[in-house]
Design a protein around this ligand. Sequence first.
Ligand code: SAH
Length: 367
Amino acid sequence: MTTPLAEEIRALIAAEGPMPVSRYMALCLGHPRHGYYMTRDPLGARGDFTTAPEISQMFGELLGLWAVAQWQQMGSPAAFRLVELGPGRGTLMADALRAARLVPDFGAAARIHLVETSPVLRAAQARTLAGHAADVAWHDRMEDVPDGPALVLANEFFDALPIDQYVWKSGHWHERRVGLDDAGRLVLGLDPAPSRAAPAFAAHLPPPAEGAVLEHLESGPARALAARLKAQGGAALIIDYGHAGGYGDTFQALEKHSFADPLAAPGAADLTAHVDFTTLALIGRAAGLRAFGPLEQGAFLARLGLAQRAARLKRDAPEEVRAGVDAAARRLAGEGAGQMGRLFKALVLAHPEIGLPPAFDSTEEWV
Ligand code: SAH
């Protein structure tokens, strides 16, 4: 399928030469007119993918309780920023705020800030949150959130940030680039010159085998988040699909809930990469934060009381509701194929003066 963005990318490559994977991803997802997130709401059964908050209200509710407990550990500040990065339809924030009504002081202290670049999803968030929060402010970047201690939630945000890829060939890392073949089609190739940046990204990894793929997350947003938390206090809960580092090619496209060729339909398919939690934890530690996890989502939700919350929702409910609650709990926390309990993981970055984050134990800290 050719798309308007494919034409534009082909013209760019013809003029300037092959582009890094990160530039291709940034154009496909964030191009102001043709970018995937800028033009549509991709979530839900009829979209291209679904996410934990869209599967069940229990997810956002449990994260809301986590946020309340974390806020109490911070000494219950009378004003703080409750920030969500990439809030999608606003479902997680609405469910979290509803659950947090148990502790009215939390809601009174929270100023809601949503970091979102998509005009389509900003509109969806405004609709969802209309009955839940009087004041919501939107920002393009974490750096634009006003001063003050912050609690930050990010579910499936980091997987949508651009990555670069490097391939180990004959003793050197070479950057993977998107170029054109003889027929003018988009193809992946390698920069013939060895990469000067890649060796530093691989410094904490074992020696690579021929053909190994190294992925590097665009680190600006994580660094900005970490620096802010260190300077002004607070903590971030990052949940995503990902791994604890290593080699491998996870660059993928999702269309109608199936994997697709990431070069086939620029701007019309979602592009993602698995999140490297080791890199995120090291960025947090380098900024002077404490890092906890990654803890598998199944274990994380169980510790926050998923079973109890499911039992409460099932009490006095008709049979089809009960079955739906059980199915959602299995999807969120189960360990089998298609279930999210093992693939998805939770990482917390916290200011050093805050104690152990709720649902983590001291053996799960990076030291
Ligand atoms: N957290 C939501 C949505 C996940 S989809 C959920 O769990 O359902 C990714 C979200 O991040 C979308 O809201 C998308 O528009 C937003 N996003 C993607 N790239 C972004 C960027 N660079 N800056 C801010 N938001 C971004």
